[in-house]
Design a protein around this ligand. Structure first.
Ligand SMILES: Nc1nc2c(ncn2[C@@H]2O[C@H](COP(=O)(O)OP(=O)(O)OP(=O)(O)O)[C@@H](O)[C@H]2O)c(=O)[nH]1
Ligand SMILES: [Zn+2]
Length: 225
């Protein structure tokens, strides 16, 4: 009886409380509000922030800002919090039996640092080795963009991209490297305009030294943004 209860408690914790480390910390009731309701609520809250800062919301230039920001947050900047917007990745048979790695490099990353709500701007390089299935090239860019459009830390974003492509392609052999500037580091705080952050996740064969080396040779991290 006692052991049943313990097992049951663990089960419940698994279902309800322990988010896997690659998931964004999103509340379970996050989808109870429609996008329109979210926009209305953020509009009110952002107006309040501007008023607290002492801004005159009757000014022509400012009066539309709360609604503008609310729409931008829900539809654009944080659109990736809405699972309905997850890209449908069309996959095809690898009929031509292409057996080398495929690298989609220099994918634009616009994300938002979840600590300061300032932009993260950079490039993602995504690679996979086909296990019989190939994916439309643009879908890799779309997957990057979907996960980027959330409050993020770069480490999690990198892992989410790899995990999603592993599921889509049915193979562990997926890798992602992101090189990005965090405006919270560049424009405030330490104000180091030159520094950027590199994160990587190497799955399956990409853990092997020679395969990893090949990928790093292709992407040569010299991208300027
Ligand atoms: N690991 C990681 N850290 C991040 C990322 N984006 C921002 N940060 C860091 O998160 C940290 C937050 O630290 P805090 O000390 O709570 O914030 P703060 O007082 O504003 O820190 P400063 O930026 O040093 O002024 C900072 O060091 C940021 O540089 C990210 O994607 N990954
Ligand atoms: Zn930050």
């Amino acid at each position: 009886m006692k052991i049943d209860k313990i097992l049951n408690d663990i089960d419940e914790m698994g279902d309800n409380h322990i988010a896997s480390s690659t998931e964004n910390p999103v509340r379970e009731d996050a989808f109870e509000m429609s996008d329109l309701e979210k926009i209305a609520s953020i509009q009110k809250d952002f107006k309040s922030i501007l008023e607290t800062l002492g801004m005159d919301l009757t000014d022509d230039s400012l009066k539309g800002t709360p609604l503008r920001v609310a729409k931008m947050f829900v539809n654009e900047t944080f659109g990736g919090l809405n699972p309905d917007k997850k890209p449908k990745a069309s996959v095809f048979d690898n009929k031509y039996k292409y057996g080398e790695m495929l690298v989609e490099k220099n994918i634009t990353v616009y994300s938002t640092c979840e600590h300061h709500f300032l932009p993260i701007v950079g490039r993602a390089h995504v690679a996979y080795i086909s296990n019989g299935t190939v994916v439309g090239l643009s879908k890799m860019n779309r997957i990057v963009d979907y996960y980027a459009k959330r409050p993020q830390v770069q480490e999690r974003l990198t892992m989410q991209i790899v995990k999603e492509l592993q599921e889509v392609l049915g193979t562990e052999d997926v890798a992602c490297v992101i090189d990005a500037k965090h405006l919270c580091v560049n424009s405030r705080g330490i104000r180091d305009i030159e520094s950027s952050t590199v994160t990587s996740e190497f799955g399956g064969k990409f853990k092997e030294k020679s395969v990893k080396r090949e990928l790093l040779d292709y992407i040569k991290l010299e991208t300027q943004f």
